[in-house]
Design a protein around this ligand. Structure first.
Ligand SMILES: CC(C)(COP(=O)(O)OP(=O)(O)OC[C@H]1O[C@@H](n2cnc3c(N)ncnc32)[C@H](O)[C@@H]1OP(=O)(O)O)[C@@H](O)C(=O)NCCC(=O)NCCS
Length: 191
């Protein structure tokens, strides 16, 4: 898909709170199917999203169901990005489960259809999720990224995340080992 309009301009992505999609069961099923397509294609192409092999439809549906339930309870935010009416990206954070970590949340997946990489979708999704975290009173938003995921790390740094640690050779993909880079955004120190 080429997202450019006839005058060559790239349209702005529309980023929705995915809870809005769950008021209609048909929309929710379509969202889960499109999310599966995006995630499975990215992982099939080697993207660092935590899976070694593309996740199944059921696995993605179960994951989204879990995040949506948590979002209803105020313990998560799930965002969906559209370009030209088509789902092109998604991302979410989840509040930590451990009682002593409850004020904080982890940004777990930002995934953008490879066909529209570089069009501002990842930035729009991450910006919206940070705003959601601030709105929900989250104190520290954490994330981790594979050390070779320079594009994602550049995006996170540009939005204020700082690296607080690194586990050398921790991420295992077959025989390959990559650093796990730990990042944080302290929302207590922001306006
Ligand atoms: C990482 C990812 C979410 C970025 O999404 P995107 O829509 O392509 O990113 P954007 O167009 O919004 O770009 C935002 C910033 O990311 C950085 N960036 C994105 N892709 C990059 C690349 N290939 N090389 C260098 N920087 C890159 C740039 O800093 C860019 O800022 P700029 O617009 O000022 O140049 C997307 O590439 C993706 O889905 N990757 C596969 C899944 C993944 O790795 N997710 C992150 C897991 S931690």
């Amino acid at each position: 898909m080429n997202p450019a309009t006839t005058n060559g301009a790239i349209p702005e992505p529309v980023v929705l709170d995915a809870l809005a999609l769950t008021s209609d069961p048909e929309l929710e099923v379509r969202f889960a199917e499109s999310s599966h397509r995006i995630l499975a294609d990215l992982v099939g192409g080697g993207a660092a999203l935590g899976w070694v092999a593309p996740p199944s439809r059921d696995e993605v549906a179960e994951l989204l169901g879990h995040v949506i339930s948590a979002a209803r309870a105020g313990d998560a935010a799930l965002r969906a990005a559209y370009l030209g009416g088509r789902l092109v990206g998604l991302g979410y954070w989840l509040r930590y489960v451990r009682p002593t970590h409850r004020p904080h949340a982890d940004l777990e997946k930002i995934a953008v259809d490879a066909a529209v990489h570089g069009c501002g979708v990842g930035r729009a999704l991450t910006t919206a999720l940070i705003a959601d975290a601030r709105e929900a009173g989250i104190e520290v938003l954490t994330l981790d990224a594979r050390g070779d995921n320079t594009g994602a790390l550049r995006l996170y740094r540009s939005l204020g995340f700082t690296e607080y640690g690194r586990l050398p050779g921790f991420v295992a993909v077959g025989e390959l080992r990559y650093d796990k880079v730990l990042c944080m955004l302290d929302l207590r120190q922001q306006d």
